[in-house]
Structure formats: structure tokens, C-alpha cells
Design a protein around this ligand. Structure first.
Ligand code: FAD
Length: 320
């Protein structure tokens, strides 16, 4: 259960939802692991999101994420409790921790999973992830090792509706680390003061593709985003053309998003883009090519020149 400054990240709650089906098949409990300093108060949220048990290590040495301390704490838990499956969010810290723990406990790791299942007859965990540039889904089997470990992309699984008042068993563990013995010290945390683009949490996204052509076209898409009170996203080609930063990229090597509305302007619908946005509740595509693959994924398609349609939409939203 990844937490930042005492707040649980959504991805941990999504993993609890993913764990329900796997645990039912394996007839085991769904458990959350909570590490940090002053995090005991978060256990109720973990139970309410679907955990039967919470392994809690609350210690000042775990205040900030450090590979050294978190690897030791999680590695010790894995050795002691021998879980069948251990999932991490595929966040920066989650990816770092997963690879460190997998090395520590000598097991395999499937990175960036988007789908998980269990073959109950063979008691095998099957984790699928896009491979070969996203053109195929590869199913990775780690046959011999326990636990089966995987990092799971944020937003590919819907979290369960919280059940207020739901509780379970808290298993408290201690760490045997002392600050003075550690190799890594956190001296200062410098916050990024640049206004963050939070595509993952956005309810409405207007995304610009190469069809917008240049900075003027990008500004046109940005105006529609503003009029719709939406967050501005982009395809990789637009990012690579230098029209915006990577933080706006949607897709396999960018953000995975699940907004209520996704408006794709001049985006062809390459598989690497689709994997990042195809779970949006409503997709509207604007493209001048009637055969563009994006129309297969869209709920509404406008086959027209973006330079005609987008200013009309912006005007309509501004007047609404
Ligand atoms: P194009 O494919 O060039 O499409 C432009 C579209 O605009 C066309 O459909 C065209 O008909 C339309 N158009 C042109 N003029 C107009 C107009 N005037 N009005 C309306 N429509 C118009 N891509 C991502 O987006 N995200 C990723 O994370 C990502 N990761 C990748 C990872 C790997 C390993 C690889 C190999 C590729 C990745 N890609 C990713 C790139 C991806 O394969 C595509 O190249 C990219 O998505 C195409 O971007 P696009 O749709 O903007 O451009």
C-alpha cells in the first residue's frame, strides 16, 4: 500500500481489488502491507478497500521511501509469511522496490502487468503485459518461485467501492534497523514547484495528436481543453515534436488514464496510444481519415478537419 506524506495512493487500493479474484481462487486472504511512520491510522482505509489482513510496520526509519529500508522490511515479511502472490503498483517507488525485493528473496518479477489470473489446476499465476511495442500481450509465468511478484500499472483496475466500517486483522511487525547503521540518509526533500499535470486523476481529457500539426494547432487543442475544463493530454508524436512535455503523454510509455470523457484530436489510434486510454468511459474522436483506427475505439466519431471542428466546439463550450 504505497503512501505519500501519510496519504494512501489509489494504486494500492486498486491492487486490493485485483487481489479479490486471485485470492478467492487460491483460497487465501487478501492482505495489505503498510509501511511508514505514523501510518497506523491508515489501516481502516485498507480494510474498507477490501483487505482481510494488514501487515503493519510503523517506524520512524520508514518515514521516507528508501530502497535500503523498504527492501529489508518487505523482504523480511515475505520470508516470514510466504505469500502466494505479491503485487506492487508500477509507480517509480513501486518499481524500484519490487525489483529490489525480488532480488533479495530470489524470485521472479513481471513488470508493468495489465491483467492477472490464476490457473488453479497448476496453481500458476499468469501475469499479462504488453510486449513488442504493445502489439501483443505476453503472458508471463513464474513457475517455481514463491511469491509470484508483479508490478501493476496504476488505473488498469477499478478499485472496489469502500465498505465503511469493514475491519480485519492487523499484524504488527518491527524493523531491526537503526538510522545510524543505514547507508542512505534523506537530507532534504525538494518539491517540484512546476504545476503538476495529473492526467491519471483527470475526469475530462482533451488529447492532441500529430493531426494538430504545430504549436498553433496545439494551442487550439489547449483552448478546447480550457473551455471544457479538461486536462490537456497528447500522443507520443506530439511530445516528441516538442509541443509539450512527457508529463502529458498518454499511452504505453506515458500515462494510463480512465477519465469520464476523452476527446482525441488528430490521433490515429495506434495500439500504444489505445492501451493508455481505451478504458475511458466516453471516447470522442476527431479525425479527417474515416479509416483511422481511433474510430474503432471511439463511442462518438467526428470525421472532419480538426481545424474546422475544434474552434466550433470551443465556442460552443464557452457559450454554454
Ligand atoms: P499519427 O499516427 O501520425 O496520426 C495523426 C492522425 O491525425 C492521423 O490519423 C490523421 O488522419 C489525423 N489528421 C491529420 N490531419 C488532420 C486534421 N487536419 N484534422 C483531423 N485529423 C487529422 N504513442 C503514444 O501516443 N503514446 C505512447 O505511450 C506510445 N508509446 C510507444 C511505445 C513504443 C515502444 C512504440 C514503438 C511506439 C509508441 N507510441 C506511443 C507511438 C505510436 O506507435 C504512434 O506512433 C503514435 O501514437 C502516433 O501518434 P499520433 O496518433 O499523434 O500520430
Amino acid at each position: 500500500m504505497e503512501q505519500k506524506e501519510g496519504q494512501l495512493l489509489d494504486v494500492g487500493l486498486e491492487l486490493l481489488a485485483a487481489g479479490q479474484d486471485l485470492a478467492r481462487k487460491l483460497e487465501v486472504d487478501v492482505c495489505g502491507v503498510l509501511l511508514g511512520d505514523g501510518v497506523e491510522r491508515l489501516t481502516s482505509q485498507v480494510f474498507e478497500a477490501g483487505a482481510d489482513k494488514v501487515y503493519l510496520i510503523d517506524d520512524p526509519v520508514l518515514k521516507n521511501y528508501r530502497t535500503e529500508t523498504y527492501m529489508k522490511a518487505v523482504g523480511d515479511l515475505v520470508r516470514k509469511y510466504k505469500p502466494e502472490i505479491f503485487l506492487y503498483g508500477a509507480t517509480s517507488n513501486g518499481k524500484d522496490l519490487a525489483s529490489a525485493v525480488a532480488t533479495d528473496v530470489l524470485c521472479g518479477l513481471t513488470a508493468d502487468t495489465t491483467l492477472m489470473d490464476v490457473d488453479i489446476d497448476k496453481r500458476l499465476f499468469e501475469a499479462s503485459r504488453p510486449a513488442f511495442g504493445g502489439n501483443i500481450m505476453a503472458t508471463i509465468l513464474c513457475k517455481k518461485h514463491r511469491p509470484q511478484m508483479a508490478t501493476v500499472r496504476p488505473k488498469v483496475i477499478r478499485r472496489l467501492l469502500a465498505e465503511p466500517g469493514r475491519t480485519g486483522e492487523v499484524i504488527e511487525e518491527k524493523v531491526s534497523m537503526r538510522e545510524e547503521d543505514l547507508k542512505t540518509k534523506v537530507i532534504e526533500i525538494v518539491k517540484n514547484t512546476k504545476k503538476a499535470v495529473n492526467l491519471e486523476e483527470a475526469e475530462i481529457i482533451v488529447a492532441a495528436g500529430k493531426g494538430i500539426k504545430d504549436a498553433k494547432g496545439f494551442a487550439m487543442a489547449a483552448e478546447l481543453a480550457e473551455a471544457m475544463n479538461a486536462t490537456l493530454g497528447a500522443s507520443r508524436d506530439v511530445v516528441e515534436a516538442g509541443l509539450c512535455g512527457h508529463e502529458r503523454q498518454v499511452g504505453q510509455t506515458g500515462a494510463t488514464v480512465t477519465p469520464k470523457v476523452y476527446v482525441a484530436i488528430g490521433i490515429s489510434g495506434a495500439i500504444q496510444h489505445l492501451v493508455g486510454m481505451q478504458n475511458a468511459e466516453l471516447i470522442v474522436a476527431i479525425n479527417s481519415d474515416k479509416d483511422a483506427p481511433i474510430f474503432q475505439a471511439a463511442h462518438y466519431g467526428i470525421c472532419a478537419d480538426a481545424f474546422t471542428v475544434v474552434p466550433m466546439l470551443t465556442k460552443a463550450f464557452r457559450e454554454a
